[in-house]
Design a protein around this ligand. Structure first.
Ligand code: NAD
Ligand code: UDP
Ligand code: UDP
Length: 322
């Protein structure tokens, strides 16, 4: 039996964080969820509030935090372009000051700490698929830079805290992940298309829809987090986590329309500035180090996500109807 631990999940009221809290509690651990509720919501963790092993702290990780814990998953950070560009200075502060505080906490308590990094550290990649040794192609002064460069600096801090202070670190480079509890208005493509299809609104495809992304279902991603944290201290990453199945955005739009039976039409909109053309993880390292690969096919994950948003929108209608 695994030893019971006290585990801190920052960003724990968000999409990935709330699923991670579920998983860690199910494994028998004590979980402290820290979140400032910028993009996350207590709705995502209501079902955990009565669990005596679960604790929620409303706190901004850019400020110091003193707790006694065994492990930290540092997920706090707005993740979608709409949200991270809303207050770009706060985004960089969350990545940089947030990481310094969580690394300081890990150093003092000798906790293991995992950073939720991102495929955005590769920018608009010139190598395809992306492997971990690739240094990336990132614009340092564009609208996406607060996030991309913030996350790159966080990786630097993690590596330096290891070299300088022997902190036990793990870096996960997460590729596009989707599933229930995504924010319905955060502008990410899967949530946008599903909500639009369910409401019968136009499906907004940016550009000609030929750009590609690789979509990983949330359950597969959480499994990878837990496996990464359990690796020996010699393995720090960075390690790519994602589903290598690559789809064009137009294919995704067509799939969502077909699966929802929606009468929505596809509407072409301008491509955002700096939008990466192609993205696909090479997960060879994760396969060998974590003995992991995604199991949930896109159709199955989309079906679960559509069911979630259908329920979510019906509840919203019920509230609006009084
Ligand atoms: P999310 O927006 O649902 O979750 C992020 C959470 O962090 C939210 O609950 C938010 O309120 C909280 N937060 C933001 N700033 C904070 C601060 N200063 N202090 C405390 N809490 C703060 O997004 P998500 O998709 O669950 O992403 C979680 C992590 O994974 C993020 O770090 C994100 O960069 C990373 N990531 C996600 C994806 C993806 O496809 N979902 C891809 C790459 C990386
Ligand atoms: N810190 C924290 N919780 C702790 C320990 C440290 O939030 O339990 C913060 C602290 O505010 C500091 C940062 O983490 O600014 C970095 O800590 P470190 O020990 O590396 O730096 P120092 O305190 O020496 O500046
Ligand atoms: N996208 C789109 N319509 C939308 C939202 C996004 O065509 O309503 C496109 C976007 O331009 C990008 C891809 O879908 O090419 C993925 O966008 P998302 O914001 O989900 O993630 P990221 O760009 O960070 O990978």
């Amino acid at each position: 039996m695994e030893l019971k631990k006290r585990i801190l999940v920052t960003g724990g009221a968000g999409f990935l964080g709330s699923h991670l809290c579920d998983r860690l509690l199910a494994q028998g651990h004590d979980v402290i969820c820290v979140d400032n509720c910028f993009t996350g919501t207590k709705r995502n963790i209501y079902h955990l509030m009565d669990d005596p092993r679960f604790e929620f702290l409303r706190h901004d990780v850019t400020f110091p935090l003193y707790l006694e814990i065994d492990e930290i998953y540092n997920l706090a950070c707005p993740a979608s372009p709409v949200h991270y560009q809303h207050d770009p200075v706060q985004t960089t502060k969350t990545c940089v000051h947030g990481s310094i505080n969580m690394l300081g906490l890990a150093k003092r308590t000798r906790a293991r700490i995992m950073q939720a990094s991102t495929s955005e550290v590769y920018g608009d990649p010139e190598q395809h698929p992306q492997r971990e040794p690739y240094w990336g192609h990132v614009n340092p002064i564009g609208p996406r830079s607060c996030y991309d460069e913030g996350k790159r600096c966080a990786e630097t801090l993690f590596m330096d805290y290891r070299r300088q202070h022997k902190v036990r670190i793990k870096i996960a480079r997460i590729f596009n992940t989707y599933g229930p509890r995504m924010h319905p208005c955060d502008g990410r493509v899967v949530s946008n298309f599903i909500v639009q299809a369910l409401k019968g609104e136009s499906i907004t495809v940016y550009g000609d829809g030929s750009q590609t992304r690789s979509f990983c279902y949330v359950d597969d991603m959480i499994e990878a987090f837990v496996r990464l944290m359990a690796t020996g201290d010699d393995f720090t990453g960075p390690v790519n986590l994602g589903n290598p199945g690559e789809f064009t955005i137009m294919e995704l739009a067509e799939k969502v329309v077909a699966m929802t039976g929606s009468r929505s039409k596809i509407e072409v909109r301008p491509l955002p500035f700096d939008d990466p053309r192609q993205r696909q993880p090479d997960i060879g390292l994760a396969r060998s180090m974590l003995d992991w690969e995604p199991k949930v096919p896109l159709e199955q994950g989309l079906a679960a996500t559509i069911a979630y948003f259908d329920d979510f929108l019906r509840q919203g209608d019920a509230v609006a109807a009084g």
